[in-house]
Design a protein around this ligand. Structure first.
Ligand code: FES
Length: 149
């Protein structure tokens, strides 16, 4: 089993069983609901933003293992980041999930995010992996809701 594949299993399993930053966020300043109409899965992403920085981020909802693990890794990754950094990471994650970073050395810098590169072979799973990231983008843009269709 390749190293990335082993890491994929660990990350997906670990974050699905015990999602990080899961639950409500009482003093959120930006919130959006993300919906995948293909399966009906839905997440709420809430952020507390101060001085253009994400000081806290949490999510709630239900979805498949990939969508939940991705949301969990996203919250870990974005806590403490500036809005600009979060936007950039969102673009990087979408490039990663759609296979555009394949064969580049960019994967080396992405930590746990890199394990989601495997979903690029399965178009339906790309939507699972990117659901929380689209939702985070919507919240930053002041939208209440986003659908992946
Ligand atoms: Fe619904 Fe993955 S099957 S988000």
């Amino acid at each position: 089993m390749s190293e990335l594949r082993e890491l994929y299993n660990d990350v997906i399993l670990g974050h699905t069983k015990k999602p990080r930053n899961f639950g409500p966020l009482e003093d959120a300043t930006a919130t959006a609901v993300g919906y995948n109409p293909l399966c009906g899965d839905k997440f709420v992403v809430r952020m507390k933003i101060e001085d253009e920085r994400i000081v806290d981020i949490r999510f709630e909802g239900d979805g498949c293992s990939i969508s939940k693990a991705s949301a969990s890794v996203m919250t870990e990754t974005l806590k403490g980041k500036t809005l600009e950094e979060a936007k950039e990471l969102g673009v990087v994650f979408r490039d990663l999930a759609t296979g555009q970073l394949e064969g580049t050395d960019r994967l080396d810098d992405l930590g746990k995010m890199a394990v989601f590169s495997g979903v690029s072979e399965f178009p339906v799973r790309v939507k699972c992996a990117t659901l929380a990231w689209h939702t985070m983008d919507a919240a930053m843009a002041g939208k209440d809701e986003i659908s992946t269709e």
